[in-house]
Design a protein around this ligand. Sequence first.
Ligand code: SF4
Ligand SMILES: [Zn+2]
Length: 382
Amino acid sequence: MSQAKGLGLVSGGLDSLLALLVLKKQGVHVDAVTFTTPFFGSERAKKAAEVAGVKLLEKDITEEYFEMLGSPAHGYGRLMNPCIDCHALMLKKAWEIKEQKGFDFVFTGEVLGQRPMSQRYDALRLVEKAAGLKGRVLRPLCAKLLKETEPEILGHVDRGRLLDIQGRHRKRQLALAEEFGLDYIPSAAGGCLLTDQEFSARLKDLMEKGPALTRSRALILRLGRHFRLPSGPRLVVGRNHEENERLAELREDETVLRPVNFPGPTALLSPGHNHGDLLVAAAAVAAYSKGEGHARLTVAFAGPGGAGEVDSPRVSKEFLRPFMVRFGKETEPGAGIFAACPGCGSTARMEPKEEGGRWSWLCSACGEEAFRFTEHTGRADG
Ligand code: SF4
Ligand SMILES: [Zn+2]
């Protein structure tokens, strides 16, 4: 019989690495495939494939992934991780490649009962069913605990030399790694951003309140501080030079704000903002700057609605706190702008007011003009 060809779905974790080695050892020709999106990359899979000495195919599935992420048929996990649908999508894509490239079967490194959500017995079957591949996917590490699959029945692999690993402990995997003489042991943690609390909170905010999820906006979720401003637009403020550059690169139709005469962050304000939001964004650039000692903090803005410069008052970054997108915290859309009034000293709501093109925030406690914005050129009401 000719040598069977198996395509292994590889995340780069220890289990998927071992699955490659187990099949290689019984003489199967093994290639690996890994999928990428802005939420997870291929670094770990590259390393695993290198260690196993197998060829790795990489495929970007961002488009299909976004579509699934909007309404995953089997819901999300604890955070924004749609693990069942994610696995099903990857299996489906792997199967497509198997068909195109003439592999005999697809396998994964899944271990029965390892993760609460996606690797319970019923979940393994659910994933297969959702992918339309019932009984066809081989899991070499726990195959003996499962019903015989197509590649076993067809004789592509020897079931007798497959394994029966289950549970959350890694003991048997570590022993197996030693047997294979591995000196590289991947960490257990997955490197999927959808299981990160802060990232998930930002993603949820973006998907619920807009603007629409795109590749650039998904990449921006990793960067900066994120705010949802009073009337609804999203503001992202860079945290360091590298992030500032990256934000400017990833910008789509956002208005970009940059400090002119002082060192400070780059910020992106999403479309659909009003002029009040633009001033809040300028004040945020000033607040997160190192502009101490500058009498005037001039912030330049440019976007679909226009370009210009505005002198922002120096306010404390505390005023942005109600709008910050954080895990476990709701932003307060109606919160308004609160800041310490330089006049009366109280922390009070600031009411934006325009007079002859000059904007200011009036202190609701003392009624005086607490902060003044001066615009030099242009307007951006877009
Ligand atoms: S942890 Fe992330 S990559 Fe892994 S199955 Fe869940 S959503 Fe997919
Ligand atoms: Zn006051």
